[in-house]
Design a protein. Structure first.
Lengths: 270, 270
């Protein structure tokens, strides 16, 4: 992971590059006014948006942690190996459309092209710090586009709530109230619907356990994204280390036939 | 991670390379004799180097297939999910150094930067079609570099044997002899050692079940690659659909703490 000052430099370089491009023609500047530019020249650095999966990593209430059991050893045969048991929606993981939608695409049927996309990061961490039930709204998208340009087609939009600051204490991350209901930020259903229908996103991501705010019982963001054949990624890491626009995300989704999702490696290329 | 000036040089070389090739044809090809250039300008297309994981996909002799069991249903709660049980070295998967080497890096400790690399594909499929025990040798590397230029540092080198043509019949892919020994191509140990020590590769891949030829009992290629802290990827798909040089590979390795490896999504960016 890059130190924050390095990310800062990378971001400034991206901005400078964009500006230089704009100087070469009014058309370039005009285009910039309307597009949150996808990856320009790459700096070559990689930011890992994946949490290390441990049995202590928080899970959605009711889901078990993963288990690893040794089945081969260096001393007997020369190779070590483990058997793994896990539920699909464990750790930093992808939701395939089938997770929410009967007949939806399973994880092996997602187009490989859609797993590589311009990364857009919308930060609502200031609000999330004082309101665990806050959502990313249409107003947040308007505000983002006013500052960074229009979200390009086939982008991956990630909600940065800063929730991972709670991670050292799993109970604080899951954040159950006395009645057993979890509270954490997510996408407002109308905002998710807008991103799918008006911005044609390939997928949406969160740094919490659910695309919807955790206390939702309607799961409208899941329905809007997965119901339209797009994918979700939950429990992203390090969103504070990537710029709002300019990176490319690669979602290393699993590819087991019929899967509703699974742990995935998510890398941001700067 | 590359220092900015290195990235700058690489980018300029890539642009020059592309221009020369485009404008001068054979002269451009002659210039290529000095460097197997890392990814130049991307076309934007993605080739999936990952097999779809099914219970029918061949496994190394003695390893069980993966199992998926439903644990949540749309009709009861609105979401479908499965529990998975699998050995780490299943399907298209990564070998972390720890797989072969006590004290070696587990899969979560690989540097994210090393999972994104220039992709080099060396084709020995003509020989493999008639000799199941053939290996990628030092002579193959010499021949490759004479035609495509020197393998750049921090590349990922894949052996293309064409073995996946046997996949419809798992027994033909594993290819056991009457004594129970598997036969399939792999890296010669000295070639693997050369790639690590003289070309500084980040990792090596095969389209078979093992970095070593399958009947090896010394596992010298595993030792050369994993013993040096580099990684392997086994059972790659579609290597015939990517060029010998010029693509970038992204290895979507799993990130469970202490893992010796695991199924991974491997994408080639063209």
């Amino acid at each position: 992971m890059c130190a924050p000052h390095i990310v800062r430099v990378a971001h400034d370089q991206a901005v400078a590059h964009t500006t230089r491009r704009g100087l070469f023609g009014a058309a370039g500047l005009a285009a910039l006014a309307f597009t949150a530019a996808p990856a320009a020249a790459r700096s070559g650095s990689v930011v890992d948006l994946t949490h290390t999966l441990t049995p202590q990593l928080p899970m959605w209430p009711g889901s078990p942690s993963f288990v690893a059991v040794p089945v081969a050893w260096h001393a007997a045969g020369g190779f070590a190996q483990q058997a793994l048991a896990l539920w699909e929606h464990t750790g930093t993981h992808i939701d395939a459309p089938l997770h929410r939608t009967p007949g939806g695409a399973s994880v092996d049927r997602l187009a490989a092209e859609d797993l590589v996309a311009p990364l857009i990061v919308i930060d609502i961490s200031a609000r999330a710090a004082t309101d665990a039930d806050t959502t990313l709204t249409l107003a947040d998208i308007d505000d983002f586009e006013a500052r960074h340009g229009r979200i390009p087609p086939r982008a991956f939009v990630a909600l940065h709530s800063g929730w991972e600051q709670r991670l050292p204490i799993a109970a604080a991350f899951v954040n159950l109230d006395p009645g057993g209901t979890p509270h954490a930020p997510g996408f407002d259903a109308r905002a998710a619907e807008f991103l799918v229908t008006q911005r044609d996103i390939v997928g949406a991501g969160v740094d919490t356990l659910s695309l919807d705010h955790a206390s939702s019982r309607e799961f409208g963001a899941h329905t809007a994204v997965l119901g339209a054949g797009r994918y979700g990624v939950e429990m992203l890491a390090n969103l504070g280390a990537v710029p709002p626009v300019g990176a490319t995300v690669v979602v290393g989704a699993p590819k087991h036939a019929g899967g509703t999702g699974g742990p995935c490696r998510v890398l941001a290329l700067l």
